[in-house]
Design a protein around this ligand. Structure first.
Ligand code: GRF
Length: 201
């Protein structure tokens, strides 16, 4: 069984895609052990609770220093001891000690075809605004391993999505979620589950 912790900040539609595939048997060897959000109001936390998944908020706002937050987050993850950490729209800088400790076992979903429209400042709708401003005809999503940079780790899966003439950032965002993110993130998790089954993780 691949035990995963999912880190979220917002609506949780990527989390929901993982939950759905675990529950409908498309991800038979995966268990979502915990959901952690930096945002107490994240609807993703409601989604977790509705499905009986332990969920909590660990927010930098609740700690005197960033170092104290980092310690609390890593401590919580060490308690869970996941095989894989999934960043599903997690908008907090990942503690360096976490990247080191879970090297190769943290993945992130980014709503563009990296190396386009990624890195510092490219998150949420900003990614799609930049893609539309540049006039690309194809965008998409990327799942990559998290390293010490921002959206710079090894790419695992990408899926292209057509950009349409009259797209707004919101319409493009939704199409990329539906046609790419909600497919390739569970697919990537499945790759790790297979690796664990083979004793390769
Ligand atoms: C997604 O667009 C994802 O690509 C980005 O943040 C958004 C999270 O959306 N990293 P949700 O919380 O999964 O609905």
């Amino acid at each position: 069984m691949l035990n995963i912790a999912v880190l979220v900040s917002g609506g949780g539609t990527n989390l929901q895609a993982i939950i759905d595939q675990v529950e409908d048997g498309r991800l038979p060897d995966v268990k979502i052990c915990a959901v952690i959000s930096n945002n107490a109001g994240a609807f993703a936390l409601e989604r977790a609770k509705k499905h009986g998944i332990p969920a909590c908020c660990i927010s930098p706002k609740n700690y005197e220093t960033r170092a104290a937050f980092n310690k609390a987050l890593v401590g919580a993850l060490d308690e869970i001891s996941p095989d894989l950490i999934v960043l599903a729209g997690f908008l907090v800088v990942i503690p360096p000690e976490m990247v080191e400790k879970y090297e190769g076992r943290i993945i992130n979903i980014h709503p563009s075809l990296i190396p386009s429209f990624c890195g510092t400042g490219y998150y949420g709708l900003k990614v799609h605004e930049a893609a539309l401003k540049r006039g690309v005809k194809i965008s998409g999503a990327t799942v990559h391993i998290v390293d010490s940079g921002t959206d710079t780790g090894p790419i695992l899966i990408q899926k292209a999505v057509e950009v349409k003439e009259d797209d707004t950032p919101e319409v493009l965002q939704r199409r990329i979620m539906e046609e790419a993110e909600w497919k390739i993130l569970p697919q990537a998790i499945g790759m790790f589950a297979e690796a664990k089954k083979k004793g390769e993780l």
